[in-house]
Design a binder for this molecule. Sequence first.
Ligand code: ADP
Length: 406
Amino acid sequence: MGSDSKHDTVLIVAPTAKDAVLAREVLSRFEISSESFPTLVELVERLKRPAGALLLAEEALKSDEVGLLKETLAHQEAWSDIPVLVMVSGRDRGPSGLNVLELFENTGNITLIERPFHTATLVSSIRSLIRSRQRQYEVQRLVTELEVSLRQRDEFVSMASHELKTPLTTLKLTSQMALRSLSQSPDQQIPTDKLKRNIINNDRQLGRLSRLIDNLLDVTQMRTGKMTIQKSQTDLAALSARVVDQFTSAATSSGCSLEFSSFEEAHGNWDSDRIEQVVINLVSNAIKYGAGKPIRVNVTSSGESAVLLVEDEGMGIAPENQEKIFERFERVASEQSISGLGLGLFIVRQIVEMHSGKISLQSVLGKGSLFRVELPRVSGSPRLSLAPDMGQNNPKANSPSFKHSR
Ligand code: ADP
């Protein structure tokens, strides 16, 4: 009958106390929970809370009180149509069931059961009504879920539009300024250094736009299970060095130094584009949330796995948010002034897990964050459980064979 007694409780109104007691006894023998009420007025009050079905004796249907019940049944929410079982007397013993039907005038989900009835008839009717009521509650749950996700989607669309508009506005401004400079200069030329600055700025905005669009596409693919990975021999160290190179000017503009260190190679069988996305997301976050302090990217490799560390000394993440930020759309409320969609780390974790890898985070609020990605070098190799010291006790991690600072 379901585990939530509130949702499957039968509410009984039978003015002859003996009837109510008998009905409750029978139902309880079949593990059906019930409550009884002296009049329809009390029943209507109780209907403000979840219930499985109503069991009414026709004697309880006094016309003024039925009006109240009819009103309640008529104004249920769209998903709700609580079943009502009315016990009527046989034709030779009083008013017929037709009178009861007339009384309700097509309002409500009414079924009649003629007295005297067998216990089995009552129990099977009640069970079937409760079952249909459970379906209604299931529909209610789905409707609520749908409403929440529609609201989230609306919020997301407005956030995404804002995010996409910001780099576009900057691009538009830069090109307008370039045009104005051209028209104002007597020789119709822009000085090379100014032109270079414009191009670098535009390039950064275009990079931001394309990352945003990629993230949006990826999340859709992940949701529909359509994301695939194409593995090939990839060097995590070389790949990370390239990403660090690519972000050097963005880091400089944010006042961060960006340092990369690695062993010479960290080869594995991975999807290089996807792994590049992981590094890009972690490095760009370190710049965004790094408060202008130094950022270190380190790659190490052992026999079975390669490890990427991205460390900043920025705002850090409070313990209660450290798991949450890997969820879709999750952002830390206090960082709303820094633009973002809350998708990057969700995508990062999905990609890492698609490679049978692991991502973890060590962070102290106000002191900085250390993201650690561990990737098995051969697909299907067992996951290593590394000590949570993020490699700081690993002598190799602190003694890279080559190191360059940017
Ligand atoms: P976005 O940066 O677009 O908001 P992410 O999924 O990349 O989305 O990150 C989720 C949240 O995690 C961010 O909004 C931020 O609050 C927090 N976060 C991520 N990286 C860092 C970091 N290096 N330092 C501090 N907070 C971070």
